[in-house]
Each structure stands twice: as C-alpha cells, then as structure tokens.
Write a protein of this length. Sequence first.
Length: 519
Amino acid sequence: MFPQLSLLALIASTTALPTGYGPSVNDSLTVETTSGRVHGKVDAAHPDVRQFLGIPFAQPPVGDLRWRAPQPLDQPEQEIEATELGPSCLQFLNNNISNVYTQQVSEYNLQGLNKTGDVSEDCLRLSVYAPAENKKKRRSCSSGKGKGLPVFIYFYGGGFTTGGMDVPSQIPTQWIQRSQDHIVMTFNYRVNIFGSPNAPGLEDQNLGLLDQRAAVEWAKENIASFGGDPDRMVIWGQSAGSISVDYYSFQYPEDPIASGMSLDSGTVFSDITSKDKAQTNFTFVAENVGCGGFNESSSLLSCMRGVDGVKINDFIAAYTKSAQKPAISFGPVVDEKTVFSNYTERMLQGKQAKIPAIIGTNTEDGVPFAPYKPTGPDPALAEAALLSTFFCPTTESSRLRQQTGLATYRYEYAGNWTNLSPEPWMGAFHSAELPMLFGTHPNFGRGESTEAEYATSHVMQDSWLAFAKDGPKGLEGTGWGEYAVDKANVREFGADGVPVQDVSLAGMAAKCSGAGVKE
C-alpha cells in the first residue's frame, strides 16, 4: 500500500470512442465517460498499457458536501486530461511510530515516502489501466464468450486512516503489460475523520464505504468504453480494503454489481470498528479547531464544515504524533446500514451477496502489528495478532461461506523474498502479497527478483485472472479446488520458493476459538 516509473506521454487522438474499445494506441486514448471526455496516456516503460489517471467520479466532498454521501457530478467536464494520479484523500502518516512500513519498506506508503504524500480533500477520483491493443478481447467477442475484458476494482488498505491510488506497490501497469487480458480500476475513498467521522447528527457515518459503492457504480456505467466487461468485475481489497469488500457484500446482497470478490487479509470478523459510542472523538477535534460549545448537532456540523480541512487533518496528525492522552481514532461505525452488528446471523440468513470469493491471509500477517523491534517482534505476540485480526476471521468467514453454499477458494501467501522482506523475520508480512499480484516486486532497489519469485508472481496473477474471467470454473481449471474445512486444499503460494502447492490449515485453525474446523 508503490513505485512510479518515469513516464513518456504519447500523442493521443482527439477522436472520441464509441462504446467499446479502441483498436490501437493512436485512437484509444480518448474515451467518452459519464465524467466527461477522458484523455489518457501511454508511457515508455509500459508501451502496451493505456493509463487513464485521476478521473473524477463524484463531486468534491468539500464545504457543505463534507461528511455527506458522495454526490454525482453536476455535469460532465468537457475534457479531462487523465495523465496524473492526483492527490490522495486527506490523511497523515504517523512516522513517529516504528514499524516495518516506516523502518523497512516504504513502498506501502503514499508515493513510497516515509511521510504523508500529496493529499487533498478534493480526492474522489479513479484510474483505469487497460491494454493498449486487445487482440485477445477481439477473439473473445467474436466467439461470443464475453463483451469485453474482465476487470478488477481494487480497494486499498490502510486501516481506514491512510491509503490511496499512488501507492507504488499497487500500481497495476506491469501486470497488464504482461497479461494484455484484463483491466484494473483503482480509486480513492475518504479515510480517517473525513471517511468515518462518527459525528453527532449525521445521516451517514461511513462516507468512505459509500465512496466505494459510487466508484463501483461508475465502473458499471463506463468500463465498457475502456474495453471492459461490466458483467465480469471482481471487487478486490487488501486489509481495510478487504474488510470493505466484505462489508460491501452485506450492504448490497441483492445488487452487488460485481461478479466476484477477493479478500486479502481481512473480513467482517476483523473488528476494527469505532468503539466511541459517545462520539467524543469528533467533538474533541471540534473543540480544538474552533467549534466547541455547540449544543445542537446541526450548528456543530455547520461550524466544522466551515473549517479548512487541512486544519482539521493537521490537528489530528499533531495530536496523534505527540502520543497525548486520551488517544483519538476514527474508523467504521456500526450503523446497521453499511456496517452491521450481526454478521454470523446475516450469513446464515443468506443476507450476503451470492458471488464467489477468493479469501486468504499471509503467514506473517501479524508481524507489523506486534510491538516493533529491529530484530523482529516477539513471535507469540505476532502470532496473536495474526490469529485475532486476520487468520481466525478468515477461517470463520470461509467456514460460514461453505456452510451457506457460497463458492469459496482459500489461499495462504508464504513467500519470503529478500527484495520484498529485507529482514528474514518479516517473512510474508501483511501486504507482502501485493507486489506479487501487481507485479511490482522487482521495483524497490533491494536486489533483483529470483526466478522462483517471478514464477510465484505469475501463478498468482494467472490464478486471480482465471477467477475474474470465468469465476469458479476458471479457478478449477488451474487446479484450485473449492474450500472445505476438512480438506487439504488451501492454495499456498511461495512457501520455501515453491510457487504453488495445496496444504491444510487445520492445525493453525484449531487455535481459533469457535472456528469449527476439523483437525
């Protein structure tokens, strides 16, 4: 959760495309969308990838629209130069705290920096990455097997406090350059107090989750113009993004739009919801930015909407970095609309989108969440973090999905490559699978990727793409069997340099209280 290579924009035609895709670079960099006429680019490093960057998908959530659901654009812009990613949503990186992301690997931070990158409250934008030429798609269309290329819509992680499209480990150009057979859409959503304010008097509290739906709806309306198939769109998230994707499946059980979902290290049972029932975190911030003393929530919100967003963000950043007490935090709120309190019950009642899922964890997911030591965290504390936040929630979700007849394909990522994990104790730490899937693993200046690393990356990419193309049938074609709690058919990637093999996780699952997994 990033490297940005040097870019060389090529000359684009000004001819707008009809619905569909352009047959060549020279007439496919201008696309008509509901946001306006979009002009993309191709760069020298990835000559077979069209990039349409920073397309607005909703009105800027500023002023009176701050802390409101995303609003449709007033009117499409006539011309959009979609050649730069633009800023991420307002946030900060607490680099006063030592962890693997500030000490060992910065490519999971905005722009690969060990500080906050470019941010703005005007951030509701998305990017589309598509092959420059689509010979494979043309064959697919002529055979009647589909209307376009399969699509991944990526929800970034960051604990609902950080993240954005400009994270170097999560730029998909290298994957698309290799495959030429799919599209990836990334987007920004509001985080921290701007995404989950938990403020008195608000109609909607989980604004970031609503931004996510707005982006998926945009894809449904527009992805065909880039060569994508709106009937084959997989929503895919990691960490908080994975939890978001799972939330989404309960928010829209009858209308998920997506054909499948992929959950990397996080489910609805990874409980990171706000525990601030008195809504004191918001009022505390308000008091410190000049909006104290209001008895009416409407007056409080009106005042807070008049405060510069940067001032609000800077206060929270300074207060958090100073480690003052009481600590304040902002995360998803249980509102029984977008986030529910009874997920087991809802699953057993069939109130989840009936779409197939890839779901999994990393063997060292807990490492970044145990107290940091340069020589590695206490193994017991790292395992406790792994079990409580990632592995056991994934086990429970997998078990309930199997029980309710939802096709589920479980994985474990176990790669330990020195150019991704510079300290051996990091192993397959939280987020380490992302450079393998996005194909960015050679990019970070810590040595070349090995043949086994490339092989593992390719088999992972090809497996996810098979799922996007043909759902369960596609995965079965790769030899990946549907998950069952009593079978050794969890797909393990990268363990001891072995690209792929099937294993049982029953021994580990036995450590999960109530998971119901057989030995």
